[in-house]
Design a protein around this ligand. Structure first.
Ligand code: ADP
Length: 674
């Protein structure tokens, strides 16, 4: 055996067995239908329903097998003597096209043509397989029969009803009983017992209605409807499977009665009797099948609704947030698991009761007011308040409250989603404490900086006053010299009081007063301001200003303060430098990123490597009388402007401090606090 044939053999046997079963079923149905002798055509034409089932159950590539298989069967089995071959071939072709048409339509229309799920599926099945395909086929069939001399419309009616009824009764039954999964495994004893009672009832009712022993017109009239309650029972309790099975039972009785000329309409014209039977089965069949799928659909919807509700409840119950719904009088209509756990009560103990009673007495009036306001003015609101926990401890809760509006626009219920925010509140309080502490530290820093900044003007004033005293004592002080000294004293005094004013204003508001500041002007002013001090220290001051006006959005006084610090530090650093070399440069420039930079360059000893990491720390100083606050304040000021400050050693001697403010001017408006 070659590999290909070995591979293909399972699929051949897999395809052959169903085909064989189909052949047998088709042969039996065909033989039975052909044996029907009471009318020109069988009241139910079964074989094609079996063919339709075979097509629906198989993939289209196997359809040709199933469409061709009936041909030999139809030619060989139970052919009425004298039937012309052309008639046999024509009816075969007609029936084949009919089944094919129904199967194609159902494959196109239904998601799963093997299972009729719901009213829409059944409607499409009825339209395609019960009305359209049989109706069309009956036209061709009646035309064929006309060739044998039968009248057209009566032939059409017989042909159509036989096909339609078979598809209506048999196809759903075959599909739902034999090809709809292993449903029988899940059937419980009680259901089995109910099914058995129903089956007995159906057989009894079928026997009563169609057996034909009771022949008085009254008996017949009443008993003809005996199967109806059992059919309804089957539809309501056993769905499509039950309804189609019950229909098959009743139909078998009816056919059997018709075949043996018994039954309610015996005595009338046989054609009329068959027609009554077909119409009865058609009307009752359609009704019970639709009823069955409607019930199934309703059950399915109820189940999925129930499942969805259970799922949502599980999700809600697994939440740590408290979820509740309540009426405006605080009667709870829904609570989740977290709510029950929080109050230590079961759902039954909470739902239907007013939650106001769960709150401490002191909180009730406020809650009542809050709810009344929300009900009167529906909106989503977030409230945070202190609560007393059921164990008596104090906690904070946040509630997101909302009003549920009914179809008439009125508030039906209110909904609250609450969470414990005690931890968050505590963290906030801690942060506030920290902010206060750092504010106090800043106040300390600023207070200390007063001493730092004022020391120099005070020293200069003292120096000038002593110089004037000495001049006066020596009698060598001319009025011009005195005026110059007094002017210096006044300038230094003004500088000191300006520092105090700024520090006081910082303490008061501590927010930046942003304005357009020309950094070139500002640098020149600072250099001017420290001119006298520098000459006393023997320091040459130089400026290298950007030729373009370097305008930024900044707080003039703060930046001036920072620059002054840097300049004074630079001069301090050069105290030990050879007098001829003491030079301090203030340079301004605009960086490529648009930031304006003020660089203060000295030629002092530069920065020791171990100093660099702590340079900007508060209270870091290497000076005897230093406070170690100047550079930390500079950094605060730079950062408050969205800028930065860096320090580096020069290639030659000394260090350079670069104070940068972003080109967009850093922070706008009132700005952050320094
Ligand atoms: P203080 O001037 O009170 O010491 P600062 O914060 O202004 O406080 O400076 C901190 C320290 O940084 C100084 O003590 C000094 O060691 C160092 N420093 C500041 N500027 C310079 C500089 N231009 N050259 C060398 N060291 C400097």
């Amino acid at each position: 055996m070659n590999p290909a044939s070995r591979e293909s053999s399972p699929s051949v046997s897999g395809a052959l067995l169903p085909l064989l079963v189909f052949g047998l079923a088709f042969t039996a149905a065909y033989a039975f239908a052909m044996s029907f002798t009471s009318a020109a055509a069988a009241p139910l034409w079964f074989p094609d329903s079996i063919l339709l089932c075979a097509l629906l159950l198989n993939r289209p590539r196997r359809w040709p097998l199933y469409l061709l298989a009936p041909l030999p069967i139809r030619l060989l089995v139970a052919v009425a003597p004298g039937t012309p071959l052309w008639f046999l071939l024509a009816t075969y072709a007609n029936d084949t096209v009919k089944a094919l048409l129904a199967a194609v339509l159902l494959r196109l229309a239904l998601k799963n043509p093997r299972r009729l799920n719901g009213v829409q599926d059944l409607s499409q099945f009825v339209a395609a397989a019960v009305f359209f395909a049989p109706g069309l086929s009956a036209l061709a069939g009646a035309a064929t029969r006309a060739g044998l001399g039968s009248p057209f419309w009566p032939s059409w009616r017989q042909w159509f009803l036989g096909d339609a009824l078979a598809n209506l009764v048999l196809t759903p039954a075959i599909l739902s009983w034999f090809f709809a999964g292993d449903w029988w495994r899940r059937v419980g004893m009680r259901r089995l017992a109910e099914g058995a009672v129903l089956a007995l009832g159906l057989v009894g009712a079928g026997w009563l209605a169609f057996d034909g022993h009771l022949q008085t017109p009254y008996d017949l009239l009443v008993l003809f409807y005996a199967p109806v309650p059992f059919l309804l029972w089957a539809a309501l309790r056993f769905g499509l499977r039950g309804a189609s099975g019950a229909l098959c039972v009743i139909t078998s009785f009816a056919i059997e009665a018709a075949e043996h000329h018994r039954g309610p309409y015996f005595g009338q014209h046989p054609e009329l009797s068959i027609l009554s039977l077909q119409l009865f089965l058609m009307v009752i069949g359609l009704s019970v099948l639709f009823l069955a799928v409607m019930v199934e659909e309703r059950d399915r919807n109820a189940r999925s609704l129930h499942d969805a509700e259970r799922r949502y409840r599980e999700i809600l119950d697994s939440q740590t947030d408290l979820v509740c719904r309540y009426l405006p009088d605080t009667t709870l209509t829904f609570v989740n698991g977290a709510y029950c756990r929080y109050f230590g009560r079961s759902r039954e103990q909470l739902v239907g009761h007013r939650f106001l009673e769960l709150l401490p007495e002191s909180a009730r009036a406020a809650k009542r007011r809050e709810i009344a306001e929300l009900a009167a003015n529906p909106r989503l609101e977030v409230v945070e308040h202190r609560v007393e926990r059921p164990d008596g401890s104090e906690a904070w809760q946040q509630w997101i409250n909302d009003a549920v509006i009914g179809p008439d626009g009125r508030v039906v219920e209110l909904q609250g989603i609450g969470r414990d925010i005690t931890d968050r509140k505590r963290a906030e309080e801690a942060r506030e404490m920290l902010a206060l502490a750092s504010r106090l530290a800043l106040v300390g820093e600023i207070t200390a900086s007063i001493a730092h900044e004022i020391n120099q003007p005070l020293g200069a004033i003292l120096f000038n006053a002593e110089a004037a005293e000495m001049g006066l004592a020596a009698g060598s002080l001319d009025p011009g010299e005195l005026r110059r000294i007094l002017e210096d004293i006044r300038k230094d005094d003004l500088r000191a009081s300006e520092v105090i004013r700024r520090v006081r204003s910082l303490l008061r508001a501590r927010s930046l007063e942003m304005q357009e500041v020309d950094v070139n002007r500002l640098a020149a002013d600072v250099v001017d301001m420290v001119g006298a001090d520098a000459s006393r220290r023997g320091v040459t001051l130089r400026t290298e200003l950007d030729p373009e006006p370097a305008v930024v959005h900044a707080d003039r006084i703060h930046v001036q303060q920072a620059l002054l610090n840097l300049v004074v530090n630079g001069m301090d650093a050069m105290a030990g430098t050879e007098a001829a070399k003491r030079c301090l440069t203030v340079a301004t420039s605009r960086n490529p990123d648009g930031a304006v930079e003020i660089a203060v360059r000295d030629v002092g000893p530069g920065l020791e490597p171990d100093v660099l990491p702590r340079l900007f720390d508060s209270f870091f100083t290497t000076k005897k009388q230093g406070m170690g606050l100047g550079l930390s304040l500079c950094r605060s000021i730079a950062e408050a402007h969205g800028g930065s400050i860096v320090a580096e050693n020069n290639d030659g001697a000394g260090a350079t401090f670069r104070f940068r403010i972003p080109g967009n001017g850093g922070v706008r408006g009132a700005g952050p606090r320094v």
